[in-house]
Design a protein around this ligand. Structure first.
Ligand code: FE2
Ligand code: FE2
Length: 344
């Protein structure tokens, strides 16, 4: 086996850092963009849970993933869940395409149907139940890859208490939306000096965060979406902290493009995964063109110009799930607007 000198080893490490961004541009260009529904549907026939965009399947998306799954009629996701369900330290978006049912999230019941969306608060126990005679078809997107990279991916499942990290530590730990948290809010106001006050605020942060999570919005009904004209075309913000959600990583928008029209063009430093929820069209990503139909999924590579065209006779509706909020919080957000939409 070749033994590297200290100099060779550390020069290699330095060059890995220097080269990374240029290499990454190549990886972005090679990223798979279009995932066709008929292929996913075929796989769902064999297994009811199919990962579509996922770094473990070769996607260059470092921050979130998307899967399709089916809950059979009158059953529940995780068949043996009876009380808690499961909880995890990732943000999760669920969008329902077919069927009707309800979810129990942090003890509250939410009824949903096609076109409705859930933003599951961080570390809340939840279960999803199909109440109807037809299968529930849905997609879910989570920040799993981001939490794994941070070493903070905790997944506690009612069925597997042997893998619990926090939930076995008593009633408070079982109820909290903060991993490892639970307990009373500490008041840092009378700490004695400014530094002690700052530190007390740090200690209080998680409990404050929990209060905000419990107050935040969870369910979005399709009929409540408000579309308004923007440089990118008609958009509705679906999940965003500026409209009542306590999201720190995942944001969602819905775009609508009339037949024969095109959206604006833009590029950004956050990952974006699109679900085509109605109509058909094409997207130009840098110099390549992809034709898509309803239920297809698009994974838009970071910082690649993209623009959507409605090539069908129905309104084109695209649900865009992105990690803009995570990048904003890291100070790494940048969006460039190019050509504007041609219909607003
Ligand atoms: Fe979940
Ligand atoms: Fe975009």
């Amino acid at each position: 086996m070749e033994v590297k000198s200290i100099k060779e080893k550390h020069t290699e490490l330095l060059m890995h850092s220097v080269r990374f961004a240029k290499d990454e541009q190549g990886r972005r260009k090679g990223q798979e963009v279009l995932f066709k529904w008929p292929d996913v549907e075929k796989q769902l026939g064999e297994h009811k849970h199919i990962y579509v965009v996922d770094t473990r399947l070769g996607s260059n998306n470092h921050t979130h993933r998307l899967w399709y799954d089916i809950i059979p009629p009158h059953t529940e996701e995780g068949q043996d869940w009876r009380t808690l369900g499961h909880r995890h330290t990732v943000e999760a978006i669920i969008y329902f395409l077919k069927g009707h049912g309800h979810s129990i999230i942090d003890g509250e019941r939410y009824d949903w149907g096609p076109g409705d969306l859930l933003s599951v608060p961080m570390f809340s126990w939840h279960r999803h139940i199909n109440d109807s005679d037809e299968p529930v078809l849905r997609i879910a997107s989570t920040t799993g890859p981001l939490s794994l990279a941070l070493g903070q991916a905790v997944y506690e499942d009612e069925r597997f208490p042997e893998f619990w990290i926090y939930a076995q530590e008593g009633e408070d730990a079982r109820k909290t939306l903060i991993p490892g948290g639970g307990g009373k809010m500490v008041n840092g106001k009378d700490a004695g000096n400014r530094t002690a006050e700052l530190y007390a605020e740090q200690v209080a942060f998680a409990m404050h965060e929990e209060q905000l999570r419990r107050k935040s919005k969870v369910l979005v009904k399709q009929k409540d979406l408000v579309f308004e004209p923007t440089a990118m075309g008609n958009l509705a913000y679906v999940v965003d902290p500026r409209i009542g959600f306590h999201s720190k990583a995942l944001g969602v928008v819905m775009a609508e493009i009339p037949p024969g029209k095109r959206s604006g063009a833009h590029r950004h430093l956050y990952d974006e995964i699109d679900l085509v929820v109605g109509g058909k069209g094409k997207v130009i990503v840098e110099d390549k063109e992809y034709h898509f139909d309803t239920l297809d999924v698009l994974a838009i590579p970071v910082f690649q110009w993209h623009q959507y065209f409605n090539t069908g006779s129905e309104p084109l509706r695209i649900l865009g799930i992105n990690t803009r909020l995570a990048m904003d919080n890291l100070g790494l957000s940048l969006t460039h607007q190019g050509e504007h939409a041609d219909y607003v």
